[in-house]
Design a protein around this ligand. Structure first.
Ligand SMILES: [Zn+2]
Length: 293
C-alpha cells in the first residue's frame, strides 16, 4: 500500500480521493484489493459482524475520527461484505460525512444502491451515494478496470463473471462498473422470473421503456431463452424499440442464467448508419429563416 490517511486528507469527494489513490498506487494496484488490510492501515481498528435486521453495514467512530469500527451484515456473503467494508471506509475517510444521529452510520441495502443524486437533495442520501462510488472505485479502480475491459474487445456477459471473480466483487457490482466504464454503449439488466428488476446503463445508452416490476419484452432472449444457472445464451439481435424509449437502431443481447430465477442480460446498442447519416445531414442543413408576414 503506497498511501496513508495523510495523503487523502485534502480530498473532499470520492472522485478526488480515488484519483489520489490511483496516482499513488500507479502501476501497483493489487487486484483484488485487500480491503480489510487497507481499512486497518487507514485507522479502522476492527471489523465486526452485525445481526440487526435491515442493515447491511455500519460505522462507529470517535468524534475526532482518530479511529473507527466497521460493522458488516453477518448474513451477507463475502463479496457483499467487501463492498460494505469499502462503503463504510468511504464514510470514515470523507471528512464531511457525519452520521444522522451523531453516533454511528447505519446503512441499509437501499442506501447501498444509490449512486447518483440530484444537486441540492438530502445530504445524507448524498453521503450514501458518495460512499458507494468510493466503494466501487476502490474495489474496481478505473485504470486497471478500463484496461481489463479493453482487453476483452468483443464483450460478453461471461466477461462480467470473469471480472467479478478477478476483482472479488458481486456480479451486480461488477456489471454496474462495466456499464459505467465501457467505451461502448452497453447496459446490463437484472431480471427475475421474466420480470425487469433494475438496470445499469452507460452514459451513452438510451433510456429503457420497460420499468421495474414489469415483464421483459416478449421478443427478448432474456424473456424467451431456457437457461440453467451459469448458462449463457447465444447473441441475439433485435430492433432497439423493443427495450428502449424512442430509439431506432438495433440491440444485441446475451443472457446469463443465475440461481433463483435471476438473469443478467448484457445489451449493446448500435444506433445504425441511417441515424448517423441523418444527423450529419441535419448538421449541414442551411439555416432556415421564417419569412415575415
Ligand atoms: Zn452508508
Amino acid at each position: 500500500m503506497n498511501f496513508s490517511r495523510m495523503d487523502l486528507a485534502d480530498c473532499a469527494t470520492p472522485e478526488a480521493m480515488l484519483a489520489e489513490i490511483e496516482k499513488l498506487q500507479a502501476g501497483a494496484f493489487p487486484i483484488a484489493v485487500p480491503i480489510e488490510d487497507w481499512a486497518a492501515a487507514l485507522d479502522i481498528a476492527a471489523i465486526e459482524t452485525l445481526e440487526t435486521e435491515g442493515f447491511e453495514g455500519g460505522l462507529m467512530m470517535f468524534a475526532d475520527r482518530s479511529s473507527g469500527t466497521i460493522l458488516v451484515n453477518k448474513a451477507a456473503g463475502w463479496r457483499r461484505r467487501r463492498f460494505t467494508i469499502a462503503h463504510e471506509l468511504g464514510h470514515f475517510l470523507l471528512p464531511w460525512h457525519t452520521p444522522r444521529n451523531g453516533e454511528a452510520f447505519r446503512c441499509s441495502k437501499k442506501d447501498m444502491a444509490v449512486f447518483r443524486t440530484q444537486p441540492g437533495g438530502d445530504r445524507y442520501v448524498e453521503m450514501e451515494a458518495q460512499a458507494n462510488r468510493f466503494a466501487a472505485g476502490v474495489l474496481m479502480p478505473s485504470a486497471p478496470f478500463r484496461a481489463d475491459l479493453r482487453a476483452r474487445r468483443h464483450f460478453e456477459v461471461s466477461h462480467i463473471v470473469e471480472l467479478a471473480d478477478r476483482y472479488d466483487v458481486s456480479k451486480e457490482a461488477c456489471a454496474r462498473r462495466c456499464a459505467d466504464l465501457h467505451d461502448d454503449a452497453i447496459a446490463v439488466v437484472v431480471s427475475r422470473d421474466g420480470i425487469f428488476q433494475r438496470a445499469y446503463r452507460g452514459s451513452d445508452f438510451p433510456r429503457f421503456s420497460v420499468a421495474a416490476g414489469h415483464p421483459l419484452p416478449p421478443a427478448s432472449v432474456a424473456s424467451r431463452a431456457t437457461l440453467a444457472a451459469e448458462q449463457v445464451s447465444a447473441w441475439h439481435e433485435l430492433a432497439a424499440d423493443h427495450w428502449l424509449e424512442r430509439a431506432r437502431g438495433t440491440l444485441c443481447e446475451q443472457t446469463l442464467g443465475q440461481q433463483g430465477g435471476f438473469r443478467l442480460t448484457l445489451l449493446t446498442f448500435d444506433e445504425g448508419e441511417a441515424e448517423e447519416e441523418e444527423e450529419v445531414e441535419r448538421a449541414w442543413a442551411p439555416p432556415s429563416f421564417r419569412k415575415r408576414p
